[in-house]
Design a protein around this ligand. Structure first.
Ligand SMILES: NC(=O)C1=CN([C@@H]2O[C@H](COP(=O)(O)OP(=O)(O)OC[C@H]3O[C@@H](n4cnc5c(N)ncnc54)[C@H](O)[C@@H]3O)[C@@H](O)[C@H]2O)C=CC1
Ligand SMILES: O=C(O)[C@@H]1CCC=N1
Length: 270
């Protein structure tokens, strides 16, 4: 439905901003402005500007989405701070805290701005995203409802009451698609190592990952139970799982990987 989502100022339209924008465009977005140095393929009625000074003075977005790298926050915030007088900011930047962003906006001349955090993921591009949000007590119900409305247009939305949990969320669902893509890559390579032609190995690895995801989603059955249903006693899967589920194999590796990503999210705060 055209124009069912409110007008936005999207600051940074790379992998993540672009994924969300693709989902929003499919859902119908009121005329919005994208601030990005490198995008020029934004369809009308939306527009793109290269720098904040090119933003139309009379543009009144309902929400400002911050989707540049966390390392760019200090550079970009002063240039868009005045828009935050009239609209809440939704930051998808890993690690950056509500307190830190609010303080930076205050320093740039906009005290008391409303900042909400979200951690989306790139399947948002096809309406299959998972976004977890945190809002400080100063955000209104209307602010939260606006974020939920926008993010639920590109997938599932959850809220946490404890901002510290956003770092582990980042490690699990923000970065998570990369782990799943790696799984597809490794299954493909292992299939080739067992003598399969490359194109067949690629096709069956990709379809297995996406098909298993779809089955899990549509059935609602626990992942562990779905795994058991594939595993015949004394069969092939059991042999593979004895390798993968050895304590020092995937259980330990995944825990270490998620812990490393969580740590990095914490570091990105400063
Ligand atoms: N890539 C992902 O899967 C996810 C990323 N995020 C977060 O999203 C944010 C963006 O990450 P990516 O999209 O991966 O990065 P990216 O590098 O693909 O996109 C950043 C965009 O910002 C633009 N940009 C940078 N500085 C600018 C400036 N001064 N003025 C205008 N435009 C500027 C760049 O041209 C680029 O298109 C990060 O903070 C990251 O933590 C969150 C969840 C998942
Ligand atoms: O790798 C990163 O830092 C970002 C945050 C989550 C996914 N990509």
């Amino acid at each position: 439905m055209a124009g069912s989502l409110p007008p936005l100022l999207l600051v940074g339209c790379g992998q993540m901003g672009g994924a969300m924008l693709a989902g929003w465009l499919a859902d119908g977005l009121a005329p919005s402005v994208i601030l990005d140095r490198h995008r020029d393929d934004i369809p009308a009625p939306h527009s793109v500007v290269r720098q904040a000074s090119d933003l139309p003075d009379d543009f009144a977005p309902a929400l400002i989405i911050l989707a540049t790298k966390p390392q760019k926050a200090a550079e970009i915030l002063p240039s868009i701070a005045h828009f935050a007088r009239h609209a809440p900011i939704l930051s998808v930047m890993a690690g950056k805290t509500v307190g830190g962003l609010t303080a930076a906006l205050a320093e740039a001349g906009t005290p008391g701005a409303t900042v909400i955090r979200a951690m989306p993921n790139t399947p948002s591009a096809v309406g299959q995203g998972m976004t977890v949000c945190f809002a400080p007590p100063t955000a209104t119900e209307a602010d939260r409802a606006l974020c939920t409305r926008l993010l639920s247009a590109v997938g599932d939305v959850a809220w946490v009451a404890d901002e510290a949990q956003m770092d582990a969320v980042t490690a699990v669902s923000g970065s998570g698609p990369a782990y799943v893509f790696l799984l597809a890559e490794l299954m493909e390579q292992a299939g080739i190592a067992q003598g399969l032609p490359a194109d067949l190995a690629r096709r069956i690895a990709r379809r297995t990952v996406s098909g298993a995801g779809a089955l899990m989603e549509q059935s609602g059955i626990d992942a562990a139970e779905l795994r058991r249903r594939v595993t015949s006693p004394g069969g092939t899967t059991q042999q593979a799982l004895e390798v993968l589920m050895a304590p020092q194999a995937w259980p330990a590796t995944m825990e270490q990987a998620i812990a490393a990503a969580t740590r990095r999210a914490r570091e990105l705060a400063s």
